[in-house]
Ligand binder design. Structure first.
Ligand code: F6R
Ligand code: MG
Ligand code: MG
Length: 389
């Protein structure tokens, strides 16, 4: 019952000295199709969290990207803390009640299990968390992408953390010159976390060999080799691996700590000017360019284009400043125009070739049934025997 809910820290869940930055996001319903949550839904999530966060969170900020709602939280309970995950789960359940009451489409879509069981991982919502000792100035970026999957961040991360053509800091700044350690996950392995660690720059070609296939290999985290500090964490869940059927694209979130011994904000943002083709958009089954969009943007053309927002923050003792919106700068208007042209150009070829994802990645099963139904209509043409000499 709303209002009566209370979460307490369990045994062994004492406070840590370090700060944990957690983002947990879910699609729990939207207006006008898979477009954007309603204001009432966002407001209900905001008020519920405000009412129930005491004693658990240091701070929180609620935002939406496309049809997804993200809870950005700071606390001292470590990554994977049951109490924090439970809070987020109940918050999404409360939002789902409001989504249903408004007749929103896909109400509760990403809540794939009936009851909370210790951690939202594997239950539908996407999670990205990291624990660190706060620096005297702690700038970080929170990215959220809709209508795509976590492989969408592979190229921007490779360019920002491993390529001096993008990141001059790799040759100019002593803090960056030892390079970064990438942890890459094989997301097609569903029986557990199958990961590999690769060091840039030595393992650059091996890293590229994996990251080219963003449907299978996904950057999970990146660490400074100078300080051992964590710079990046990406949510790596694949919804169709959890539910066994299509429930929407994974719509990944990512946290990136920036400046000093990490790349600068501008070096992290620069690769998004490319508008690379990624998996997603209509029915999660196409190749479309990734568009950097302002905060709280909705979705439009062809259930896309795949869109990414970035909220830039500073924090002190776990308390956030207001969010600054780097993709709102006029520079990105030109990028958006180019991305829109790329998107329209790809859509000209409809279902054909590179426009649609390969069979293994199609999110809807209609085509499999269609091919099965056509099977008996195929005939073997009799081989004509050559005339005897
Ligand atoms: C993509 C997405 C949408 C839907 C599409 C059809 O991630 O969510 O493109 O796949 O709008 O949705 P349904 O099958 O719910 O009518
Ligand atoms: Mg979504
Ligand atoms: Mg959705």
């Amino acid at each position: 019952m709303p209002g009566c809910f209370a979460i307490h820290l369990g045994a062994g869940q004492e406070e840590h000295v370090k700060i944990t930055l957690s983002v947990i996001k879910a699609d729990i319903g939207s207006v006008g199709g898979h477009i954007r949550p309603s204001q009432a839904l966002l407001q209900s999530v905001r008020s519920w969290l405000d009412e129930h966060r005491d004693g658990l969170l240091l701070d929180c900020a609620i935002s939406s990207t496309g049809d997804d709602i993200a809870l950005l939280m700071t606390h001292r309970h470590g990554a994977g803390a049951e109490a924090v995950h439970h809070l987020a789960w109940e918050c999404f359940r409360e939002g789902t009640r409001v989504a249903k009451s408004q007749g929103l489409y896909g109400a509760g879509q990403d809540l794939l299990k009936d009851a909370f069981s210790g951690n939202v991982r594997g239950m539908g919502p996407a999670v990205a968390e990291m624990e660190f000792e706060e620096r005297p100035g702690e700038p970080f970026l929170f990215f959220a992408a809709d209508k795509t999957d976590p492989g969408a961040y592979n190229l921007p991360l490779y360019l920002a953390f491993a390529d001096p053509m993008n990141t001059p800091g790799l040759i100019l700044s002593p803090g960056l010159s030892r390079g970064f350690r990438f942890v890459v996950m094989d997301v097609s392995h569903t029986e557990g976390d199958r990961v590999i660690e690769l060091n840039a720059p030595e393992d650059l070609y091996d890293l590229a060999a994996l990251l080219r296939d963003g449907e299978r290999f996904v950057v999970e985290s990146i660490w400074s080799r100078e300080t051992g500090e964590q710079a990046v964490v990406v949510s790596t869940s694949r919804l169709h691996n959890i539910s066994g059927k299509y429930t929407g694209k994974d719509d990944p979130v990512m946290l990136v700590r920036v400046q000093k011994d990490f790349p600068a904000t501008g070096e992290i943002l620069a690769p998004y000017a490319l508008g690379p083709y990624v998996a997603g958009s209509m029915r999660g089954s196409h190749q479309m360019p990734l568009m950097p969009v302002p905060l709280q943007s909705g979705i439009s053309y062809f259930d896309g284009p795949p869109s990414v927002t970035c909220a830039a923050y500073a924090m002190h003792e776990g308390r956030f400043t207001e969010a600054v919106d780097p993709f709102a700068n006029p520079f990105w208007d030109t990028v958006r125009n180019t991305v829109a042209e790329k998107a329209i150009s790809m859509r000209r070829q409809g279902f054909f070739g590179a426009a649609m994802l390969p069979m293994s990645e199609l999110e809807y099963t209609g085509i499999v049934e269609k091919l099965k139904a056509l099977e008996p209509r195929f005939q073997m043409r009799p081989v004509e025997k050559p005339l005897a000499a």
